[in-house]
Write a protein that binds this ligand. Structure first.
Ligand SMILES: Nc1ncnc2c1ncn2[C@@H]1O[C@H](COP(=O)(O)OP(=O)(O)O)[C@@H](O)[C@H]1O
Ligand SMILES: [Mg+2]
Length: 279
């Protein structure tokens, strides 16, 4: 039985049908990404699968049980940090650690939180508040916090979407490193508007068609060896082919649906896929 499953999920806001017929499944230990254009319904989908939002129709299950709210075994990272501004980096992480490991002593919670902040290179910024941190550093805190609770599954909603390109590339590599050093397979579902980011991090990628009534493409497996460097995207034959294929799915989804993407859409996509998929 898959770890997470969505069966025929739909969601409308008023008369606007955002998602229709969404089917999805992933196994524990997989890193799966969903790529889609702005406003296609990615956040809505992630909120539904993580239990933050009820689907209009269809079912969502995690570990065989119906999802009815945000699981205590999950962690989520949003695009916009979601740190508490009046707490330091350490306190922000400790708050989550305290909830996840209530039996730990205060000293152990601090030590645990500090360890994860050090892993993201913030050992020297423990006492700083979010306003005293750069955007990239704030997002590092959010990632440290997500790993620190040692969740069974991590949900990531465009975690690097608000960052400049260089910081984004650095954090992509850090996230990949955190996953490989976690000591166990990390289960993660990431939403992104960037095909390359998805290829660098994922075991499988799906695309969400442009709304309204968006649905998911079949998954594309990414069998590239890790660690994956950015130049792989341009020089590795498989990576180049996958970029083209994903861009093809996205391009096909941007028009009224004629069925499967055409070969023309596939080849057109290759040169387009290095830019974020914006509407
Ligand atoms: N709570 C809401 N009420 C009404 N419309 C919403 C709500 N949340 C999202 N939408 C609409 O649903 C569509 C998809 O939104 P969203 O899931 O945030 O897209 P994405 O994350 O892909 O940019 C957008 O048109 C958005 O305006
Ligand atoms: Mg979104």
């Amino acid at each position: 039985m898959p770890f997470i499953e969505m069966h025929d999920v739909g969601k409308s806001f008023g008369a606007r049908e955002v998602l229709a017929g969404v089917n999805f499944s992933m196994e524990e230990g997989e890193f799966v990404s969903i790529v889609g254009a702005s406003a296609s319904g990615k956040t809505t989908l992630l909120k539904i699968v993580s239990g933050l939002l009820e689907p209009g129709c269809g079912q969502v299950t995690m570990a065989g049980e119906s999802v009815t709210g945000f699981s205590s075994q999950a962690a989520i990272v949003f695009q916009n940090y979601s740190l508490l501004p009046w707490l330091s980096a350490l306190e922000n992480v400790r708050l989550a650690v305290e909830a996840a490991f209530p039996s730990y002593s205060r000293a152990r919670q601090d030590e645990h939180s500090e360890r994860y902040l050090k892993m993201v290179g913030l050992g020297g910024a423990l006492a700083r508040r979010p306003s005293q941190l750069s955007g990239g550093m704030r997002q590092r805190v959010a990632i440290a916090r997500a790993f620190a609770v040692e969740p069974r599954v991590m949900f990531l909603d465009e975690p690097f979407g608000a960052l400049d390109a260089l910081t984004r590339a650095t954090l992509q590599q850090e996230l990949a490193r955190m996953c490989s050093e976690a000591g166990r397979p990390v289960t993660a579902l990431m939403i992104t508007n960037n095909v390359d980011e998805a290829i660098l991090l994922s075991d499988r990628i799906l695309t969400l068609s442009r709304g309204p009534s968006a649905s998911l493409s079949p998954a594309v497996p990414i069998d590239l060896p890790r660690p994956r460097a950015t130049d792989l995207l341009f020089h590795d034959e498989q990576a180049v082919r996958i970029r083209g294929r994903l861009a093809g799915f996205l391009a096909a989804g941007s028009r009224p649906r004629f069925g499967a993407p055409t070969n023309a859409a596939f080849s057109r996509g290759v040169s387009k896929s290095n830019v974020p998929v914006e509407a």
